[in-house]
Ligand binder design. Structure first.
Ligand SMILES: Cc1cc2nc3c(=O)[nH]c(=O)nc-3n(C[C@H](O)[C@H](O)[C@H](O)COP(=O)(O)OP(=O)(O)OC[C@H]3O[C@@H](n4cnc5c(N)ncnc54)[C@H](O)[C@@H]3O)c2cc1C
Length: 401
């Protein structure tokens, strides 16, 4: 149901970015309407690996663009999304299996140097959670595989059930007066002093619009060419036996390797192995995804080579070319927020707060992001597949060096 509606703020897209923004606004008393083309969490937010990772992808690029001072301010924001999630899970009683404990694993010597630098940085910033470097032997003991030569254990990062978090936050927003329209693709935005958002079922006229369609929307030509939709794929095995869990991940940690074309895994609450990674594929055939990931999983865990794989799926991640999340304005009252890359669980929660602040007139942090000039690749929306393929190839080669 839509008809002719009015709102203070209309949010387009009900992933983490849109829902987080809507919840921040609803908590402040705004009348928010969210319009979603599919269902709440249908996009990357409901399909992702559920790894709760600190930091904003592209921090180093921010430093290069705007200098060390700004980079430091961004550094201080690294954990803000985590704090917001923790508070919401407690406040609204959201059942999303939130757990802490994370391993950044090293495959090559240069990765070890990077995780040591990260560890030093955590210590210098008085990191309040346990963090320590694991030796090769300790890593092997912790994960039951000899695929890695060391790791950084970080008890501030963790993992969760992403779709349940997104739905829980959407329910919280609705309980505070927000309205969510599902199955209602937005077809056009008439900009002006009170923008009008059009769908087939009706319109919403609002004081402000926040566009949060990420990799899935094609609404405004100004947003083309600054972000690539990169696919990532996940398999979920059948539940593992207690013996197998004790062998491969008794501490229930989320794990991620350091490559750009990376692999990540963790156990679900019902002890399935959720194994994810990127490869060059633009389809969604579960059989194909199973086949590709089974081989990768078996390289790390030969003991799982023949395990049953119950589910396989993929989704699109919005990756800005310089990896810095894209926050900006299309007109004075039409904002956009997209491109949280593979750190989206954390970053979208911070971004939602920044978008709500911007709507309320506090634009300091919003402007910090908006001031980072995006790289533009003309024609990227028309030549996405060959460009993403080339990019993946480039990074695959870089990962191997
Ligand atoms: C397979 C996979 C694994 C990942 N793993 C992790 C991980 O472990 N940890 C991590 O931090 N990040 C991970 N990510 C990235 C993370 O999921 C994203 O960065 C984040 O979810 C982006 O949220 P979003 O709300 O911006 O976009 P989305 O969740 O994609 O939401 C956009 C929404 O907008 C809607 N929409 C688009 N166009 C319209 C329109 N015209 N009208 C109405 N609605 C529209 C879409 O239907 C969609 O629901 C992963 C992503 C994928 C795909």
């Amino acid at each position: 149901m839509l008809g002719e509606q009015t709102a203070d703020v209309c949010v387009i897209g009900a992933g983490f970015t849109g829902i987080s923004t809507a919840l921040h606004l609803a908590e402040r008393g705004y009348n928010v309407h969210v319009i979603e083309a599919n269902r709440v969490g249908w996009g990357a937010s409901g399909r992702n690996g559920g790894q709760l990772i600190s930091g904003i992808a592209g921090e180093r690029n921010i430093g290069k663009n705007l200098g060390k001072d700004v980079e430091d301010v961004f550094g201080e924001l690294r954990w803000t999304g985590h704090d917001i999630i923790r508070e919401r899970v407690e406040k609204y009683g959201i059942k999303c299996d939130l757990k802490y404990g994370y391993l950044d694993v090293a495959i090559k010597k240069r990765h070890l140097r990077n995780i040591e630098a990260d560890h030093e940085r955590l210590q210098e910033s008085n990191f309040p959670h346990e963090s320590r470097i694991l030796s090769r032997d300790e890593t092997q003991e912790t994960l039951g595989t000899n695929a890695y030569i060391g790791a950084l254990l970080n008890m501030g990062n963790g993992h969760l059930h992403p779709l349940n978090l997104c739905i829980g936050e959407a329910r919280a927003a609705v309980s505070l007066g927000a309205t969510i329209y599902e199955q209602s693709p937005v077809l056009n935005i008439e900009k002006g002093s009170r923008p009008r958002i059009g769908t087939q079922q009706g319109t919403v006229t609002a004081d402000f619009v926040v566009l949060a369609g990420n990799a899935y929307h094609q609404l405004d030509r100004k947003l083309r060419g600054i972000m690539f939709p990169v696919n990532s794929f996940i398999i979920a095995t059948e539940p593992l036996s207690e013996k197998m869990v004790a062998e491969i991940n008794p501490q229930d940690l989320a794990v991620c390797d350091p490559n750009f074309v990376l692999e990540y895994f963790r156990l679900s609450a019902d002890k399935r192995m959720l194994f994810g990674g990127r490869f060059n594929y633009f389809g969604d055939d579960p059989e194909y995804i199973r086949k590709r990931h089974r081989a990768k999983l078996a390289r790390i865990y030969p003991q799982l080579a023949k395990i049953g794989i119950d589910y396989a799926w993929g989704g699109a991640i919005g990756v800005p070319i310089n990896r810095v999340p894209l926050l900006g304005r299309l007109s004075p009252n039409v904002f956009y927020c997209q491109g949280s890359s593979g750190h989206g669980v954390n970053v979208t929660h911070l971004a939602g707060r920044i978008m709500a602040d911007a709507v309320a007139g506090t634009v300091e942090q919003f402007d910090m992001f908006a001031d980072v000039k995006p790289f533009v690749v003309p024609g990227a929306h028309m030549f996405r597949k060959p460009m993403v393929t080339l990019g993946m190839l480039y990074y695959q080669i870089k990962d191997r060096l």
